[in-house]
Design a protein around this ligand. Structure first.
Ligand code: FES
Length: 168
């Protein structure tokens, strides 16, 4: 089959078996290596991408479900302002996760912050449970996510204030 979808903001098409998993398409056809493999069974959380606004395991997503959808991988997300909020907080809290876990960890944090602007520590720990990473549930990552939430709120508040200030 031929599936047409939007990948990191660009219209793309791929011809392959309808059941081929998205992770293979990303890594092999599009050379997007930021999405990592692992268990291949929806267990480790290393292969996360956004499908429209939904965080999904790309190892479990067959190509036939991509038609007309927007797929955002870590390569697309790093170009956003939202990514900078998270990166800044991770650096400030010394989150030095390995290359295998970091992309999915960042996308999971974004999925949480998109839903909850001020998540509690309990909510953060529960949300990141699906990422099998040494940071999952650690106080360090919880503090980093809280800081990212604060950073984002401050940035958005600053933008609003500037817009208000600019009015005559
Ligand atoms: S590779 Fe482990 S959840 Fe997809």
């Amino acid at each position: 089959m031929k599936a047409r979808f939007i990948l990191n903001g660009e219209r793309v098409a791929v011809s392959c078996h309808p059941l081929r998993p998205l992770i293979e398409v990303l890594r092999s056809d599009f050379r997007l290596k930021g999405t990592k493999g692992g268990c291949g069974a929806g267990e480790c959380g290393n292969c996360l991408v956004f499908l429209d606004e939904l965080l999904v395991n790309s190892c479990l997503l067959p190509v036939y479900r991509l038609e007309g959808k927007r797929v955002t991988t870590i390569e697309g997300f790093v170009k956003t302002r939202e990514y900078l909020d998270i990166e800044k907080a991770f650096l400030a809290r010394d989150i030095l996760s390995c290359g295998l876990c970091t992309p999915s960890l960042i996308l999971a944090v974004e999925a949480l912050l998109a839903r909850r602007s001020s998540p509690t520590e309990k909510e953060i720990a529960a949300f990141l449970e699906g990422n099998l990473c040494s940071y999952s549930g650690s106080l360090q990552i919880i503090k980093a996510v809280s800081l990212a939430a604060e950073t984002r709120k401050r940035r958005r508040g600053d933008v609003k204030r500037h817009r208000t200030d600019a009015r005559p």
